[in-house]
Structures are given as C-alpha cells and as structure tokens.
Design a protein around this ligand. Sequence first.
Ligand code: NAP
Length: 259
Amino acid sequence: MDLGITGKTALVCASSKGLGRACAMSLAREGVAVTIVARTPGPLEATAEDIRAATGAPVQTVAADITTEDGRSAALAALPDPDILINNAGGPPPGDFRDWDRDDWIAALDANMLSPIFLIKATVDGMIERRFGRVVNITSSAVKAPIEILGLSNGARAGLTGFIAGLARKTVRQNVTINNLLPGAFDTDRFHANVEAGAKRAGRPAADMLAERMATAPAGRIGDPAEFGDACAYLCSAQAAYITGQNLLIDGGAYPGTF
Ligand code: NAP
C-alpha cells in the first residue's frame, strides 16, 4: 500500500532510539524527509546514518532537549513547517507519589503534556493552511490502564489526552488529524531499564521477570518497535484522513477490556 506521503516532511521528537526512531524509520521508508531530535549527538548521528542507508530519504538532525523552550525552538528552526509531527519524549521515572514534589510534577508535565501542546501550537495553523497535517503523540498504555509505579506518567499523559480529544475535532475538516499511539511493552532501552529497576526492587533476576512477563502476555512476547513505527506511518498516511482524536493501543492484547 502506497501511503501517499512521499515528499512530505516530518519532525520526529525523541527519535535516536526506541519508538521514536522506529517511527522515523517507517516514515522515511515512505519517502518522508525526516528531522530527528534527541539530546545526545552520537547516537542521533548514528541513527540518521542508519535511516539514510536503509531508506535513501533525507534526514536532518537536531541535538536538543525537546522538553525545553530552547530545544523546541532549535527543532522548529530546522523544520518550521512540518507536514507531520510525531511528539515523543522520555517517560518520567517510576516511584511513590509521596516522594514527588512540585518540581517532579512540573518536569513530567513539561515532558509529557506541555511539550507536545507547544509543538502543536507552533505547527498546526500551517498544516491547516496547507490542508494537510498529521500529528501523532506517543503516549502510553498507562493512559487506558494506569501503571501503579508510574503515577507521574499516568497523570501527565492523561492531561495531554484530554486536550487532544478537544483539538482533534477542530482540525480534521482541513485534513489535519491528531491521534495518540499508546504503547504497551516494546523492546526498547527504556523498557529494559524499567524491568531491571523492577527486578532490583523485587530482589530477583531481571531475566526471570522478563520471561514471566512474556509467558503471561497474550501475545507471548513484547513488541518490536518496527511494528509501532509502521502503525505510526499509517496514521500519517493520506488514507488515514478520517481517523482523528483516537487513542490506539498497541500492546499485543495485554489490556483485557472489551473496548
Ligand atoms: P528509549 O528507548 O529510552 O528512547 C528514548 C529516545 O528519546 C532516545 O532517542 C532519547 O535520546 C530521546 N529523548 C529522551 N528524552 C528526550 C528529550 N528530553 N529531548 C529529546 N530527546 C529525548 O524510550 P522508548 O521506550 O522508545 O520510549 C519512548 C516513549 O514511550 C517514552 O515516553 C516512554 O515512557 C513511552 N513508553 C514506552 C514503552 C515501551 O515499552 N518501550 C511503553 C509505554 C510507554 P537522548 O536520551 O539522547 O535524548
């Protein structure tokens, strides 16, 4: 299926590794010129080279912290009018809400609620004028089923989800869609770091805990980031113009509800 986005441009945030990288790779495969952003220059440049080699698509890099105003300005200076915006950032740390002060909450809100909102604010009117735009926010399965130790994520991402639900109905008439992708467990550095942290707390080997988790998962495995990237590319396609304001869970059936 030709997704009809060859020649479009995309700003893909937090994308030297993991799910963001997979989204950039899938979009580049469709002929989209991607601008990728991460804080650490080495892995960022390596990923840019990998995407160019695999797809032949143009790739530019911006080494910046997307959760800061300066970082967002640098990303938007490199690509002021993206056709496609993929919002992503590192997730907040796990813990107990009794230990979090105002600064912890503000950091979570900056990363997982306000950064996406400010990037949408900076780009959505251009998309509306050009009568094409696709925004995908990488959130979390925690939006649908809260994860006890990730209270900062549960709260901040719920705020973004509520905001998007309203805005997504205001832009679709001009062919600008806004959707959220909710990852369950995916094979990324962050996922493995969380497993390690959980194993340490439980005093058990991480490999055992991972094996147990896979055994009880409906799919019998964790997700491949490439599966996530391809779903993202589809939501950015010309064909997906009638899909907006949705929260698409990609978790191999782990969420047990009917809806
Ligand atoms: P990952 O493998 O750790 O990759 C994170 C990427 O984001 C890296 O390229 C990192 O590069 C970049 N990044 C992090 N903070 C950034 C910042 N402030 N500014 C710019 N770039 C930044 O993580 P992931 O597993 O792909 O997770 C992506 C998002 O999905 C996170 O919010 C995570 O909580 C959420 N999520 C993941 C899973 C999962 O199973 N993997 C499940 C649910 C939700 P630098 O460190 O160099 O900046």
